[in-house]
Structures are given as C-alpha cells and as structure tokens.
Design a protein around this ligand. Structure first.
Ligand SMILES: [Zn+2]
Length: 327
C-alpha cells in the first residue's frame, strides 16, 4: 500500500468537562472505533493533554490502525477557544486549565495537522451534516444542560462571527432584572432556563420549605440538582413540575429571539435537559409561538438532536473532511 493510501483516517477528540470521547473515522465520515475515558480535569492540564493523546491512540488501536494512518485530527472543547493559536484559554468546566496548547501538543504527538473548535459550534455542524439538520441551510443548534451553548449554520456555512464568539445563544438577556448569569451579565437565557437555573430555583423552594417531597429527595441524594427536580416532578411533585415549566418558559423566550433574528428552518435542541420532555419543551414551544413573529414562525421546526454524544465529534469529522486542518 502506498504512503498516500495508508494516511486515510481522521482522528477526533471531544473534550468535555467530565469525559473525553475520541473517535476515528474514515475519509467518508464513517466511525471506525472510539475510546471513552474520564477527563479528571482537576488533575491539571498536563495530565489532561497526556490523557487526550492516549485516548485518541487507543481509538486508533481499537480500529486496528496506527498514528501513521492518520491524515488529520481535530479537537472540540468547551468554553471560548482560540482556534488561530490552537489554544484553550480557559473553560468554566476545566478548572485550572489556562492557555492550554492542545493543537501544538497533539501535532507533535500525532505528526499531523490539528484543528480546534468550540464544542457547541462543532455540534451544530455535526447535526447540520449528519443529523437533524440534514438538507437544511439555516440552522440554530442549542445545547441545554448545566449551561446553555449553541452554534449557527447560516446559508450552509458555519457562522463564527468577528472573533469566533458567535452562537453563544445562551447568553442573550431576556430579563434585565433577572439573576446574574455564570458569565456575570444579567438575566441571560442560561441563568433562567438551564440545569443550573433549575437547581437554583429548587434550592430557593427548599429554603422556604416549599416542597416536602423535593426536600426528602434532596436529602436522600445529598443535593438538589436539576436531575433531582426532574425525579420529583415525575413522582408527581407539583412544585418541581412548576420549576421545570418555568425554565421551559424562559427557554421559549430565547427561542423566539433566535427565530426572529436568524429565520432558521430548524432549531435543533441537544443536551441532557431535552430529556425532561413535555414539562420543559411544551412551555418552550408555546412561548416561542407566542413571542416570535408570524412569518419566520411559519417555516421553523423545533426538533431534537439526532447524534446524541456524537454531535461534536461528527462536526469535527465533517470539518476535517472539508480540509479544515491545514497547519
Ligand atoms: Zn451569560
């Protein structure tokens, strides 16, 4: 086999706050093998980089391939990233990681060009090419979990904005007098509709003795997380259901803004909170329909992401296939 012929596969790392997912795909974008391991971000970025390198090599080994078989590789990571320098400046869920030169490290270790992209931006592109946005040209992707991230594909192209910060649709203000967001600004969608917002509301309810049911579950589990609230709601706790509906209501106000500004064909919802189902997504749909303008509402569909864990990784695969990694 020629050298050209052997350098045929693509390597991808989706670096998350809690886990690393590495994927090896062929040049047509078919996943050949993967590796999963915990990030253990608190052990620091040096150990973290070593773990990322080991993970992608394990995925290669699982596919029966070697480093020499890689044509290019890429990483998606949370928080703002510096694609031009290939550096993760800092990320809220990678505590203690500052200016981590992930591209330089992996390029030296793997001997191929490495690209770096924000995880929600990559996920938007993954859903656009392989998932719920197939066949569309204008999509808004939103991931709702502890925080809220997003990405935009406009006119068939990934839209990154002037400094790569576009698509942060969790950070638009929908209540100027609302609670401060994790980013420090007032009343953002993330501060009112995310898992963190649901947990904060639950703690407020518990503090005023509002729900004995939720209090018992929270005591059993040692915390009142969004998942605790969901379990209480499923067990029939009206206060827990109200908290989730309220978060959905605020999500809908955000969705209406995206409908009016971007006129998308689809809004794709990813992230763990979409599993809250109707109590969360029902009010979101209603509020979107109540607040957005009629014309863009006629064309937009609100759908769930199709690629699950793989949205981000498949976005990088798609970008690598288009030749995104060049340096
Ligand atoms: Zn914010």
């Amino acid at each position: 086999m020629t050298e050209e012929g052997r350098r045929r596969c693509l390597g991808v790392v989706d670096l998350g706050g809690s886990k690393i997912l590495s994927v090896v795909a062929d040049d047509e974008g078919h996943v050949l093998a993967e590796d999963r391991r915990p990030t253990d971000a608190e052990e620091g970025s040096e150990v973290g980089l070593e773990r990322i390198g080991a993970s992608i090599e394990a995925a290669l080994a699982n596919a029966g391939l070697r480093r020499e078989d890689l044509r290019a590789a890429g990483v998606c990571a949370p928080g703002p990233i510096d694609s031009a320098r290939g550096v993760i400046p800092e990320a809220p869920n990678l505590p203690g990681w500052h200016d981590v030169p992930v591209c330089q490290y992996l390029a030296a270790r793997l001997g191929v060009p490495i690209m770096l992209e924000n995880d929600a931006t990559a996920a938007a592109y993954g859903e656009f090419v392989y998932g719920a946005g197939r066949g569309c040209r204008h999509i808004v992707y939103i991931t709702v979990s502890t925080g809220i991230g997003g990405g935009l594909v406009l006119d068939g192209r990934l839209y990154r904005g002037a400094s790569g910060a576009a698509g942060e649709i969790g950070h638009i203000t929908i209540d100027v007098d609302g609670p401060l967001c994790g980013c420090g600004k007032p009343g953002h969608v993330e501060a009112l509709a995310s898992g963190r917002a649901i947990a904060r509301e639950a703690q407020a309810v518990l503090a005023r003795g509002g729900s004995p049911w939720l209090a018992r579950l929270a005591e059993e589990e040692g915390e009142a997380s969004a998942a605790t609230v969901q379990r209480a709601a499923e067990a029939g706790d009206p206060e827990a259901t109200r908290i989730i509906q309220r978060a959905g209501y605020y999500l809908g106000i955000g969705l209406a803004a995206y409908v009016d500004v971007f006129n998308p064909e689809v809004i794709i919802i990813g992230g763990g909170l979409r599993h809250m189902g109707d109590p969360y997504l029902g009010p979101a749909r209603e509020e979107m329909a109540r607040c957005a303008m009629e014309e863009p509402l006629k064309v937009v569909r609100l759908v769930e992401a199709e690629l699950g864990d793989y949205s981000g990784a498949m976005g990088i695969v798609a970008l690598l296939r288009e030749g995104a990694a060049t340096a």
